[in-house]
Design a binder for this molecule. Sequence first.
Ligand SMILES: [Zn+2]
Ligand SMILES: [Zn+2]
Length: 147
Amino acid sequence: LKQYFNKSRNMKHVIQTLRDKGYRMTQPRRTILAVLAESDALLRPGEVLARARRHNPSLGAVTVYRTLNLLVELGFVRCIHLEDGCARYARKSRGHNHHLICIGCQAAIEFPECGLSALMNRLAKETGFQIQGHILELVGLCPNCQH
Ligand SMILES: [Zn+2]
Ligand SMILES: [Zn+2]
């Protein structure tokens, strides 16, 4: 757990960003970031709660769900809606990135460089839209789930 954060220096960045926006690093925030950092797959809110309680049994459900929302808002966690409409959560690194999602095992792999800026520029010119951003998840089967 700590290793992941030390290696990626993510935690330092997270703490700084929280501070810049007027938040503190609290134990629930740290725990939930760690739970997501440990998982290579999407997690449902209930799964995040169950895993967070392994680290900290006294964590309440409301705290966990609120914390997830805050971490999504601050850009440390990605909330992904699959076709069943249920929200799932994945870790998110710094910078511009998206996820490849396996519908077999729920693996969530981040990738940078979506290459959409050319399309956005072209569409803005053609349609007069002020395009502010995009939402992109790619869904399919990972190599393991193809067999
Ligand atoms: Zn898979
Ligand atoms: Zn993109």
